[in-house]
Design a protein around this ligand. Structure first.
Ligand SMILES: NC(=O)c1ccc[n+]([C@@H]2O[C@H](COP(=O)([O-])OP(=O)(O)OC[C@H]3O[C@@H](n4cnc5c(N)ncnc54)[C@H](OP(=O)(O)O)[C@@H]3O)[C@@H](O)[C@H]2O)c1
Length: 367
């Protein structure tokens, strides 16, 4: 039996896994179906950390012993060790299922393949996905995969760029680059990541909300503002939305040791959390230290949304793990329009492209 005959069921399992989009951190999203006589007879997905795993949920939904020849299709290798729940390998063996189709291996090198070995040793036929299907199953858990292997948060940068490589019309100017379809896609990624980060310049120029506004509702992840000198905190006038809206308790301002005590007091009074990092004489702290801070905060992934100065540090400092590059057909022709490095200068692997209206998203992992 080969995996091609199971692609349809594994694709359905992927769809189920996505039902918990952004809900499972620090765990992966996983979906599972049980198939009997070419029919899906039970479905499951991992809803959140601590909730039953997808395989266990599907077996429970079935509510009886699977028929002889039943197939279990799951997007991620079944776990073989005791976490918060008993190992899924045991649940599968106890159920008597004799064929298991798996989308992606456990990314943790200490466990990868172990669950499949145990199943095979017990006489279960194990079929592993390959090609695009395997890549889709692995890509679903980009944040989990990175965190589990490196122990560090997954840093991803989103850039919207004109056809001539510009990220704004003029320095500090709020500029619309992409169309509504691409902006809707950004909302989806905002919903996935546990945190979004921008520099002080973007807060001043755009006054963004940094929330995920989706048809099913609004969601606010942890909002991180990089602001060494607290220049995004106005001494008079209106506070930016990230410091004054209903979600302001989700905002974390990372500033330099010794930054303005009066501005710190204003943020504290507004209910905004502040963290400090040692910085150089220009008030900038190293991105590597920010990564450590995010890890301490329990954040497994951060979606950076610019602006140009933050992007440059991520790219130059080697701290970037993944890039979302939305290219619009627009042109900004002012000489002082800030530019991004050309896409060709990034060595991306696992590259994917998708068109959103007039804009093209290219995304991939940095080596
Ligand atoms: N095209 C896009 O995808 C996109 C996305 C977002 C924003 N933008 C545009 O980009 C422009 C804003 O970008 P920008 O480059 O001016 O600003 P930015 O990158 O958003 O913020 C830069 C400022 O953040 C603070 N900062 C950044 N890194 C820091 C660090 N490591 N330590 C301490 N503080 C740090 C610094 O503030 P101080 O200098 O005060 O210390 C720095 O000047 C706007 O025009 C906006 O519309 C474009």
């Amino acid at each position: 039996m080969n995996v091609a005959s199971h692609e349809h069921y594994l694709r359905r399992s992927l769809e189920l896994a996505r039902a918990a989009w952004g809900e499972t951190h620090p765990n992966p999203m996983v979906g599972c179906v049980i198939v009997e006589d070419s029919q899906v007879v039970a479905e499951g997905f991992h809803a959140r950390a601590g909730a039953p795993h997808a395989e266990v949920m599907a077996l429970a939904k079935l509510g009886r012993a699977p028929k002889a020849g039943a197939i279990l299709c799951v997007t991620l290798e079944p776990c073989s060790t005791h976490g918060r729940t008993p190992p899924c390998v045991k649940a599968i063996l106890d159920s008597g299922i004799s064929i298991v189709v798996v989308g992606a291996l456990d990314p943790n090198p200490a466990h990868a393949g172990h669950g499949l070995d145990l199943l095979r040793q017990a006489g279960v036929e194990v079929i592993e996905a390959d090609g695009d299907l395997a890549a889709d199953c692995a890509d679903l858990n980009m944040i989990f995969n990175h965190q589990v292997v490196t122990g560090e948060p997954f840093f991803s940068l989103k850039l919207a760029v004109t056809a001539n490589g510009k990220v704004a019309e003029r320095p500090g100017a709020s500029s619309v680059i992409t169309g509504p379809e691409a902006r809707a896609d950004v909302m989806r990624w905002r919903r996935l990541f546990p945190a979004i980060a921008v520099g002080a310049g973007t807060v001043v120029a755009d006054d963004p909300q940094l929330t995920a506004r989706l048809p099913e509702g609004t969601w606010c992840p942890r909002r991180i503002i990089l602001d060494g000198k607290l220049s995004s905190v106005p001494s008079k006038g209106n506070f930016p939305k990230v410091y004054s809206d209903d979600y302001r308790a989700s905002t974390l301002v990372v500033t330099a040791v010794g930054s303005s005590p009066s501005r710190r007091a204003m943020l504290a009074e507004a209910g905004v959390t502040l963290s400090e990092l040692p910085a150089d004489e220009s008030g900038r702290f190293p991105i590597a230290d920010l990564k450590k801070l995010c890890a301490k905060e329990g954040l497994t992934g951060v979606y950076f949304e610019g602006g140009a100065i933050v992007a440059r540090q991520l790219l130059d400092g080697g701290a970037l793990d993944h890039l979302f590059w939305y290219e619009s057909p627009k042109l900004f022709d002012k000489e002082d329009a800030p530019a991004a490095p050309p896409l060709a200068s990034f060595s991306l692997h696992g590259k994917r492209s998708i068109q959103f209206g007039p804009d093209l998203l290219t995304r991939g992992y940095l080596t």
